[in-house]
Design a protein around this ligand. Sequence first.
Ligand SMILES: Cc1cc2nc3c(=O)[nH]c(=O)nc-3n(C[C@H](O)[C@H](O)[C@H](O)COP(=O)(O)OP(=O)(O)OC[C@H]3O[C@@H](n4cnc5c(N)ncnc54)[C@H](O)[C@@H]3O)c2cc1C
Length: 547
Amino acid sequence: MDVLVIGGGITGAGVALDATTRGYAVGLVERSDFGSGTSSRSTKLVHGGLRYLPQWQFGLVREAAIERDRLRRLAPHLVTPLPFLVPLYSGMRRPLGVKIPSPLLSLTGPIIRTGLWLYDLLASADLRHTRVAPEVLLAEIPGIRTDGLSAAYRYHDAQTDDVRLTYAVLWAARKAGTLLLNYAEVIAIDPGPPAAVTVRDRLGGGEVHIRARHVVNAAGIWAEAVARLGGDVPFRIQHSKGVHLILELPLQAISALVIPETDDGRLAFLVPWRDRWILGTTDESHDAALHSPTTTAAEARYLLDHLNRYLHVPVGPDAIVGAYAGLRSLVRRGDARPADLSRSHEVIEHRNAMVSIIGGKLTTYRKMAEDTVDALVRRDGRQIACRTSTLPLDPEADADRITAAARQAGLDAEQALHLLASYGSGTLRICQILGEDPLLRRRLVPDLPVIAAEAVYACREEQAVSLADWMLIRSRLAALDRRRGEGCADDVAAIMGGELGWTKTEIAMQLQAFRRAVAAEMAFADELRSSPVYWSSGSIDPPSTIR
Ligand SMILES: Cc1cc2nc3c(=O)[nH]c(=O)nc-3n(C[C@H](O)[C@H](O)[C@H](O)COP(=O)(O)OP(=O)(O)OC[C@H]3O[C@@H](n4cnc5c(N)ncnc54)[C@H](O)[C@@H]3O)c2cc1C
């Protein structure tokens, strides 16, 4: 094999696609399920990154904005535009993370306006930011505070489904010739070159040995550990934790809301996503275990507190339907706080057959992959140009054809759009599955468009092997459904069991593992409900007193 990619998140997926389309024979191994690491735990924004401007990271903003616009062209069903509302209040000291010295406080408006103008410019935005009247702000976010409001703006970025984006890239790579293996963990590397890599099959229990001329370490937060297997660790990673709450709110999903100031000098977002709202995120150093991070009551309270500072009617814990926590891998630089560390990426060439790609963002995965494969090409003394900058991720994903096929298969408009946005041309295969068994058209949760046929599709076409993976990572039902997927777990287990030949005992074990995972993810909720917080008092600080 020419290239073995370690890690089946968005970074590894991007590298596999790039290397395969440049003619390399590529294999990708993923220890758990594809996309189950940080790539399922982002805010799901495809953005230039307004908050990097105060850190003077103009290069990163520019690069990310170019990639954002490119992804909108290459995967329009998956990456869609999203407007953001930014309310500003008098007395703010660090709006949007910009530290404004006291003598300049009266100039806050012009300073922020300059930042937004710069953002438009760096992002070559087709839609420029505009000033928004308080009535418009109120119409979109009823209940938002307008007392003390000094100005409000709307700017434009994009959003995606991080897991579906990862799968789209992985399956584009597979179509081009990449061999994909999940539940395949690299446990030893004889670094070569060429490298001899030992991979453990976590389902079957066996081991395979793979010889590869190049090994790409795209293991995200585990990149240091993987580098150690090869005996050369020329970088250090700092881990930072970010949590999100998924809320059910009585709001029309038109724009995202920027929470313009946090106590730790950042900004946060309230983003409409799949009939719910994502509230996030935090950014704190994390030195504990890397596997399956979970939300704490303190982190959930922090997020609700910050949102409630801007609302007349506070949002309480009952609005939380789900939560997820993720870890960033940031390139360590001295003692800098995680929030101040750059989100740019680094390609690191080891003294052996390994190349590591660390840091970066979901948004910039394609450029990260291009830079990584450029390093392989250079090492080989060859010249092969990158092909992904103009390569549509799913050329067959014609929106009209797909939604028409879904409607013809008996699905309603909401379901058709959901399938298009999630599976692109894979929707046509789902329609075939519906042809075999029309009962699979049933919704798994009454107020969500997810249908039973998606579980069949995941088993037949996308190597799904676990109920917990499908419920928590792939469909997100456990996080989007008020009942955390409990109402449909037996149904899905039976469907997947039928596809994968599970015995009754295996189905019971799958259900148990799913319930354990949900309980761990939502363990914070009871503690949150039992503690006195903002929303029980009914009165909150006016924005002018926020630091
Ligand atoms: C809270 C938060 C919010 C974010 N929001 C955004 C956002 O809105 N927009 C944006 O652009 N970016 C965002 N990011 C950043 C983005 O999510 C990450 O940059 C990206 O998902 C990292 O992908 P990855 O493939 O490098 O890592 P991962 O997705 O973690 O993939 C690495 C994979 O390697 C596998 N692996 C590890 N060891 C081995 C081994 N020994 N053998 C085989 N496989 C192995 C793991 O199982 C894992 O699946 C956010 C990050 C966080 C934490």
